[in-house]
Ligand binder design. Structure first.
Ligand SMILES: *[C@@H]1O[C@H](CO)[C@@H](O)[C@H](O)[C@H]1NC(C)=O
Ligand SMILES: *[C@@H]1O[C@H](CO)[C@@H](O)[C@H](O)[C@H]1NC(C)=O
Length: 174
């Protein structure tokens, strides 16, 4: 099948298609790569006595979507991803994931709940544990970037910058 693309033609369709393609790919980038620091500035610590739901309270305020990251910052502690049963029992013997390097970035790579506990004896029992519920990405996440309280990491700022540069360039095509 022969297809001729004439640059002389003033048809707007190819340009519009290009614009939409760029926009669609950027929209995809926009909803990726969010990183949330667990516990915000407090980091990943044993909660105070009257705050044993600290991390679940924190997590329940955030809408996590697939491919978001949670970042754990801690000193002389550790973080594990465990099964629901091991979460309930604070059992640190069979983690699916373990890290104790003080700055752990964990990718939420599927939908559904993730169960995190501290691996240090006694810490989980005192509330240093968290369930993160992950939902699939929705188109309307685009809007939540502006007002949804999602923190924007450095990589997102770069993406937004690229977005504006591309929009600027695209504006020349029209
Ligand atoms: C509960 O925690 C808050 C803030 O950490 C503290 O000011 C308050 O005294 C605590 N209350 C009790 C009963 O421990
Ligand atoms: C998510 O990551 C874990 C650990 O790296 C891996 O075992 C698992 O297969 C991944 N799941 C998906 C759906 O990619």
């Amino acid at each position: 099948m022969a297809y001729t693309c004439s640059m002389a033609a003033s048809s707007i369709t190819p340009r519009l298609a290009l614009f939409l393609a760029i926009f669609a790919s950027l929209q995809h980038l926009y909803v990726s790569y969010y990183e949330f620091q667990v516990g915000d500035n407090d980091g990943w610590v044993v909660p105070s006595e009257n705050d044993s739901k600290k991390y679940n309270d924190w997590a329940s305020k955030i809408r996590f979507t697939v491919d978001d990251f949670v970042r754990f910052k801690y000193i002389k502690d550790s973080v594990m991803a465990v099964t629901p049963t091991d979460y309930e029992r604070c059992n640190s013997l069979y983690p699916n994931f373990f890290s104790n390097n003080g700055d752990t970035i964990f990718k939420l790579n599927h939908t559904g709940p993730f169960y995190f506990i501290s691996g240090v004896a006694g810490h989980c029992e005192r509330g240093q544990r968290m369930i993160v519920k992950v939902i699939s990405q929705q188109k309307d996440d685009y809007a939540s970037v502006a007002g949804g309280g999602r923190s924007i990491g450095a990589s997102n700022l770069v993406i937004i910058l690229i977005h504006f540069v591309l929009l600027y360039l695209v504006s020349y095509l029209f």
